[in-house]
Structure formats: C-alpha cells, structure tokens
Design a protein around this ligand. Structure first.
Ligand SMILES: [Zn+2]
Ligand SMILES: [Zn+2]
Length: 720
C-alpha cells in the first residue's frame, strides 16, 4: 500500500496530529520543538544538501509517492538482453557496458504522465465498477462508442469526450493520464508506417533498421525506448547497428553550459566557414563516439587544411579548362588516351584514386567514418601538392597535345570521383563540384542533376598499381630529404643546382626509381640526378660509442669496443643511422650496439649538403657556378613578374609586355634569359627602358641587385 502523510498541496493529512492541515515546511520548527519537549531531540542544525526545484520557476518541490501506470518490462528482461547481443554497437563497449548494464538492471517502465499535452493513455475506466478497457485502434473505439471519429483530433480535450457504456450500466471514461513521450519516440519504427493498420509490406521490408545514430545520453532514452517497444511487440531488435555519438565540448575541452557561458554557437561557425566545414571537422576531429572540442578556430583550421585545398585544386582545373575550352567527352576528351596508357604521373594518381574509392567504400560499410574521411584528406593533399604541383606545366603549356589532354582527363576524373566520395560528408561542396563538372557539362545531358542522385563511386582494381604507388611514395620522401638538404645550405628551391645524389637502400629500389628520376630531378631543381647504392666520398661517418652508456655496460671492455666500432665507421654508420642494431667482435665476443648507444657523426664532403633518414640519403651540390647563379636570378625575376601579374589582376592567360630597367649583371641576365622569362610570364616582349604610363610597376631587389619591372597587357598596348 502507498502511505502518504502529506496531501497534494503539501499539507499534513488529518492523521498527522497536531499538525494536520499545516504546510510541511512551516511545521518544521514545531516538530523540532515537540521532539525537544519529549526529550528525544538528538541534535538540531542546518546542513547543505541537494534538493529538487522546478526547472522552470525554481520553486522547491516535494517528492511524492503516487500510483501510476507502468509497463512490466522486467517480464521481458532476458529477451531485452538477448536481442541486444545481435546489435552492432559503435563503439563496441556500449553493448555490454552502458546499454547492456542498463538492460540487465531493468526496472518497469513508468508510462503514465499527469500532464495535459501528450499522447493520451488509451485506457477507459468505468465510473461505477472500475472495469478497465485498453483500446487498440480507432475502429475499436468507434465501435464501442458508436460514433464516427473520422477527422477527429485524438488528443485531449476531444478524446476525453468519447465515452461508452459499461456492462454494469456505468460509463466508461478515459483515465486522465498521457503517455511518457519516450514511448512515442520508441514507437517510431511502427508509427512511421501506421503499422499494423497499413504498409505491412514496407514495415516488413525495413524492419529491423540497418542503422540509427544519436548521442551517448540516449542509452536510457531513445536507444532503450526503441529496443524495449520492439521487444515488447515482436520479441526482436529494431536496429542492427547503432552509432553512438560523443559530446561536443568547448575549445578547452570543457562541457558546454549556458551558465558557464562557454557555449559555442553553431551559427558563428556556420557563418564563418559554412555547414560543410563544420561537418568535415566533426567527422575528422575524432571518432564519432569520442568527445570533440569545438570552436570557430578549430573548424577554421580544418577548413583551410582540407576544403580550401580541395577548392583551390578544383578552381585550378576550372580556370585552365575554361582557358583551353576543354570539356569532358568532346573532341579533345574522346582523343584522350585510356587511363592505362597515360603518363606515369596520371597512372599514379588514378591508382591512388581507385585505392581510395575501395578504402572509403569498405570503411563506410564498416562505419569507419573518421578513418575514411582522413583517407580522402590524404588523397586531396597528394592531388594538390604532388599531382597538380608536378603537372602545372602540362596545363600551362600552349600545345594541345596528348599529354595535356591526359592531364585534363585525369584531374577531371579525380575531381568528379571525389565529389561522389564526399557527397555524404560535405554535401554542398560535393554537389557544387559535381553540378559544374558533370551535370553542367554540355556532353552530359543525361547525367543526374545532383551528385546525391548518383551511385557511390566504384573502384576499378585494374587501375591500381601498387608498385607505382610505393615508388612514388619513395620519390616524395626523397624529394623532401632533398629539400631538407637544400634548406640546410640556405639554397632556395628556385636556385638550380648542378646535381643531387640519392642513395637508395636496395638495388631493387635503384632499378625501380629510374623511371621517376626526371621527376625527382625536376622537383629538386637540379641539372643532374644520380641514383646510387653507395654514397662514395660524399659523406663520411664517424661512429662514437657513448662512454656514459657503454662504459657502464661493458666496463674494461669498452675501449676495445670503441676502437672496433670506430674502425668500421663507414660500414656501421649508415646502418646505425637507419635505426639498426649492429654487432662488433671484441675478444672473440659479439657485442651488440644499439643506435641510442652510439653517436654517429656525418661529415659532408666539401661542396655538398646532405640529408639522411632511415637509410636513405640525398646530397645536393652547393657550389654555384656562374651559369647556375645567373639562371637562379632569371628564375627569381620570373617569380616576381608572376606575382606582379596576380597583384595587377591580369587574367591568367593574358599576354603582357614586360619593361625593365637594370644595370650590371642583372641587365645582362635579363638579356641572356629573355626568351625563358618571356615564355614563363607570357610576356610577348621584354623591353629595356622606362615602363609606359599606366603600367603596373614595381622596384625589386634580387640578390642585392636593383631592377625596375613594369608590366602592361599586350592587347591594351596593341590598341594604344
Ligand atoms: Zn514551476
Ligand atoms: Zn462498470
């Protein structure tokens, strides 16, 4: 039985004497006094404790035991636990952890709510004999009440007007309660189809659902209500996969809260970087179930790293395709060589692309959203910073040859496939790219108008060349070593150097990289590149065993170890630097030396700068002859003019006339390299002398030498 000493107004009932009718809080001091008088007051005082308040008006509340309606879910507890085992949870630990525990400790579901708004509890009760009927359909209620409920609002107050006669002669009226709203959300799978009254086939086809997703706080909310109702109705699960989302925190990793004032408004982020940037950040920052920091700055950083790189690559393609009038599948397009017959660089990026498609498809099928997104980002980085970077000249050159057509077709295929891969991630950017490049293309009249109406990209395994990908990866690595060697010597990339020597680890690598030799030389801006197995006299190694470590370890044996190791410096040095453990024989004993136990000095040959990593070594010559130095100056002038073209807002394909005023060596360099500078900067002519009125003019200092440069549009000049 439920025993209450307080009524609904918070006053003591008659049985509580002498305080009957008094508000409980007002009775506090009187009860205290009564206890004191009876000599049973042990101690009085105040202490702080948590207390329930109305969330809306902050009025203090009293806990109150009430009778209510419950669903006896404890009766199906075992089934709830069993069917949970068939669900794939992401992350996995929710299954037997948070959710599994909640099910195992199941308590009956408190269903009734004493509120006005909500789904009415469909129970009618006789006002005379207290007989109860649960109504299962509108038709049943119509039949019982003898009235049509067509078009009738089935909520309060209208539903409460529907009554019918009880067998005892009394009147059946609906009980006043409404239902817990979690019951509504948990009924979604059946309610959305108005099952079982309609759409039985659709329901059977779609139940249980493949996938649901919500935040981790829904374990006791939606995840549970869905699972419980399905088990109550059908004894089975209602979703096969559940992706549980972690909470979004502020920039410092604190939970966002209104009272703390650290809430990051999504609108601020959306206004600054757009919805796609926000989505991409949330996908890539951490696994979906991990907590994530969130701020305008974090999203901005991710935006610049990925979306901006993608967009610049896309814009690059569009700019040049427009200049050349290239369209997919037109005369130019149909003459494009099949992917397998295109230049190495094209075959490489298409191999990477098809590998990516396969990886993303598999990844998403396994709910690896973050890993798949990160792979896309890596590809876009390769596409922009290697493929386009290495292909720039192919788009730029004036000949419309097979090489150029292949470059266009390849970049086009990469961008349109990326649009497909990105459609679920960044729907707006993906569709923008797709609509312009595919749906908007004249040749693609039959293409669906949106990327979201197309099939997900499918990989072509025939275009995957693992060896080529590994070789290119190695070439990139060597190039970055080469750049490091240049940096060390303070030599800018624009300064051509006489040679680079690359030491590889195996004869096999040496043979395989031969086909990428020109590409590496070009990227490193060297006149010659040698791939070798032995670095010869470019560097010498000096192995110095560390007395602090090895002295302690081997005691009196150490001097001999040191001598033996130093003597074999040339042989052991590269291996130790590559992280290998080596052995030396001392007094008939094999002594192992680990890389951290020895210092290996690398002494570069005069005139070379060397960088080494994991057994690979790149040496660049640092001696600049007169000719190289002059070429370096010419290249620097080219760069300055190109920047001026941009600053002057000239169109990329706009021919110009360049004026220069310089003295001494600079003047003779400009004369000697006039053709080259003209080609690179689209200057029809290089004219010595004062730039005309209206020219875009800048003063430059190149390597300590003064030069005045002025540029005008060639067409304007012709018209004048
Ligand atoms: Zn209130
Ligand atoms: Zn009755």
């Amino acid at each position: 039985p439920v025993l209450q000493t307080v009524d609904a107004a918070g006053r003591f009932i008659d049985a509580v004497q002498p305080w009957a009718g008094m508000f409980v809080k007002e009775a506090d001091p009187l009860i205290e006094e009564a206890l004191r008088e009876r000599g049973v007051l042990y101690r009085r005082g105040r202490y702080t404790h948590t207390y329930p308040f109305c969330w809306r008006c902050h009025w203090p509340l009293l806990y109150y035991a009430k009778t209510t309606w419950l669903i006896k879910t404890t009766a199906i507890r075992d089934r709830l636990v069993e069917t949970n085992q068939e669900i794939q949870w992401y992350p996995d630990h929710i299954k037997d952890g948070r959710f599994g525990n909640w099910l195992a400790n199941n308590i009956d579901w408190a269903l009734g709510r004493e509120r006005y708004w909500g789904t009415p509890l469909p129970v009618w009760q006789c006002d005379r004999c207290a007989e109860q009927v649960c109504i299962g359909s509108v038709a049943e209620l119509e039949e019982k009440s003898g009235r049509s409920l067509k078009g009738q609002d089935l909520h309060r107050p209208y539903i409460d007007e529907v009554t019918f006669a009880c067998a005892c002669g009394g009147t059946m009226r609906r009980v006043p309660e409404v239902i817990d709203t979690w019951f509504d959300s948990g009924s979604m799978p059946v309610a959305q189809w108005h099952y079982p009254f309609e759409n039985k086939d659709k329901f059977d086809e779609q139940h249980p659902a493949d996938f649901i997703s919500e935040a981790v706080d829904q374990t006791r909310g939606w995840f549970y209500s869905l699972h419980a109702i399905s088990n109550l109705l059908f004894g089975e699960k209602t979703f096969k996969n559940c992706l549980v989302l972690g909470l979004v925190l502020d920039a410092e990793g604190r939970k966002m809260s209104k009272s703390e004032g650290n809430v990051v408004s999504p609108w601020e982020v959306l206004d600054a970087y757009g919805a796609d940037a926000m989505r991409w950040y949330l996908y890539t920052a951490a696994a979906p179930w991990a907590e994530k920091r969130f701020s305008v700055e974090l999203v901005g950083e991710s935006f610049r790293k990925f979306l901006l790189t993608l967009w610049n690559t896309y814009a690059f393609f569009v700019t040049y395709a427009n200049i050349d009038g290239w369209t997919p599948g037109d005369g130019d397009g149909s003459r494009t060589a099949p992917a397998k017959e295109r230049p190495l660089l094209d075959r490489w990026i298409l191999s990477e692309l098809n590998t990516l498609v396969e990886a993303v498809d598999t990844g998403l099928a396994n709910y690896d959203i973050t890993g798949s997104a990160r792979r896309i980002a890596e590809f876009v980085d390769d596409l922009s910073n290697w493929y386009v970077r290495r292909s720039r000249r192919r788009f730029w050159k004036s000949e419309h040859d097979a090489d150029k057509a292949a470059a266009y077709a390849t970049l086009y295929e990469c961008l349109t496939t990326l649009a497909g891969l990105l459609a679920p991630y960044t729907p707006f950017v993906a569709d923008e790219i797709y609509r312009n490049l595919v749906a908007g293309a004249a040749a693609a009249k039959d293409a669906p108008e949106s990327v979201h109406l197309t099939s997900f990209p499918a990989a072509d395994p025939a275009l995957v060349d693992r060896e080529l990908m590994a070789d290119m990866r190695l070439a990139m690595r060597l190039v970055s070593l080469g750049h490091a060697a240049r940096n060390k010597a303070g030599l800018k990339v624009r300064q051509p150097l006489a040679e680079a020597v690359v030491r590889l680890r195996t004869p096999d690598e040496q043979a395989r990289l031969a086909r990428l030799q020109d590409l590496i030389a070009d990227e490193l801006n060297v006149k010659a590149l040698r791939l070798v197995r032995e670095e010869g006299d470019l560097v010498t190694y000096l192995v110095r065993p560390q007395p602090a470590i090895l002295g302690k370890k081997y005691g009196p044996l150490f001097p001999k170890i040191r001598a033996a190791a130093m003597e074999r410096s040339a042989e052991l040095g590269p291996r130790l630097r590559a992280g290998q453990v080596v052995t030396v024989a001392v007094d008939g004993q094999q002594v192992e030396l680990a890389p951290e136990e020895v210092e290996v000095q690398l002494v570069e040959k005069e005139g070379y700068s060397v960088a080494e990593e994991s057994g690979y070594l790149v040496a660049v010559s640092t001696v600049l002859g007169e000719a190289l130095r002059r070429e370096g100056l010419a290249r620097e002038v080219v760069r300055r003019i190109q920047t001026m073209r941009k600053d002057a807002d000239f169109r990329i394909e706009e021919p110009i006339v360049t004026y220069y005023q310089a003295a001494g060596e600079m003047r003779s360099v400009l004369e000697e390299w006039a053709d080259y500078i003209g080609q690179e900067t689209l200057s029809r002519r290089l004219v010595e002398g004062r730039p005309p009125e209206g020219a875009y003019v800048e003063q430059h200092r190149v390597d300590g030498q003064e030069v005045t440069l002025g540029i005008v549009q060639a067409s304007e000049r012709a018209g004048a």
